[in-house]
Design a protein around this ligand. Sequence first.
Ligand SMILES: C[S@@+](CC[C@H](N)C(=O)[O-])C[C@H]1O[C@@H](n2cnc3c(N)ncnc32)[C@H](O)[C@@H]1O
Length: 483
Amino acid sequence: METFLSQYGLSLIENENKFRSIVTNKKINIGKTIIVSHPLISFPTLTCNKIRCDQCLKKKDHTLQTCSRCQNVYYCDRSCQKSSWVSHHKLLCPLYKKSTSTNNDEEMLKRVSNLIEKFLNNNNNNNNNNNNNENENNNYLFEIFLRLMTHRTEQSNDNLKYFEKISNDICENLNFNKITKDDLIDYLCIFYCNNFNLHDNQLFVYGEGTFPIGSLFNHSCRPNAIVMYDGAVQIIKCIEVINVGEEINISYIDVALNRMTRKKMLQEKYFFECQCSRCFSQERYSNIFSKIDQLIEEKDQETTRQDFNQTLENWVSLEQNESKFSKVTTLILSNLLSHLKNNTTDNDYLNSLSEIISILFQQNYSMTNLFYTSSLSFTTKLFYDKIDLQQWYQSTILGKYILSIYLIIYPRYHPMIGLHLFTLGKCYWNDITNGSKSIKESINILECAQKVLNITHNEGAENTDIINQIYSHTSISAPPLGP
Ligand SMILES: C[S@@+](CC[C@H](N)C(=O)[O-])C[C@H]1O[C@@H](n2cnc3c(N)ncnc32)[C@H](O)[C@@H]1O
């Protein structure tokens, strides 16, 4: 494993609070791929299993072919079918003939346990027969998997009962020599706090996977890295400069959530109290990230939510420029948007962000509901309603407000920002009522989208496709941008 990680300039070090951490041995610049890794097992979700290959998880233009024996698993070509057969399908095919599994945990366990049984058997044989290079190449994945955190003693009784039931069912259907029912429960505990949902370039989930390498990365609510996918391949990318010796962090949950919700989710699913730079400070709200949390913390009830919804709808329909929405949007975008396009340093960006946060506090915006998660959800729904109704001008107003909130909550090179910019740029382009003004805005926004997506989406065929769309005329009839 050390050899694999060192190829990427990474080390795994012990960490008192987190068990282990991944740190970098070399400076990593924004947009660079940190590591590319394959899953032990991954498969498409039920809704995608006929449009994504069960083995490589890629979407194909042609119809997928089903396994001629069980008729229940779909592949893009012979080579994927063969790999799946060798890996696990040979053993599981008779089971799929009876019925396919609708339970992801059960499905993952069947596949992973079969592979581990083979790995343990091979290890035994290798010890007797000395070498087997092909197996050794993948052995590190199994070795890492078997050392991942289970948090078994912290799992709820309900979880443990559920894991026991699945393990019993599997033991009835599959025979193991090397692994026990107790091991199966451990594997389910590992899945619970280590597995990943695979998502497409629009962040829609299409599969689940066990990625032992990806599972070594710890969480931060202000991450310096993001996780992207190309089919079944996981790509971890740098979104903030990471210096030698610094830890690389991804986020396990949506960082737009408020502090209380993040805390609850991380505790319930991953069994830890987050002590990242955003959650943990000696004095609460003493640093810029914890101040952001103060802005988004929901302090009041249903009545203010209704009040927010009503004033937002009025603002959009009446175009009140003096409204607090307009003021906040203008303040944030006029100071932060240029940082997306220009190659300013992370420090320059954070300084500007810090100044904006101070102004928002001075002007008492911390006492309003403008930044609440519930307000953002409502605004996003209204934004997409306006798009559906082709009310482009109103969609641009709402889209700009959402962008300003995103720039406060997310790191500047986060996929949510790139994707939102792309949608907003298209709204401007479609807003012909505002003539050349909106075309100019559209080009400015699309250039920002291009910059962000080039950082977040520049690897993997499906991902680069979205960047190419910005250049093409296909979806927005826009002129090509940039060189
Ligand atoms: C996917 S694993 C990450 C790798 C893990 N540290 C290891 O050594 O195997 C997730 C677990 O790591 C720990 N962890 C991850 N991020 C953490 C953080 N920010 N603070 C404390 N513990 C963390 C928690 O125990 C969590 O359940």
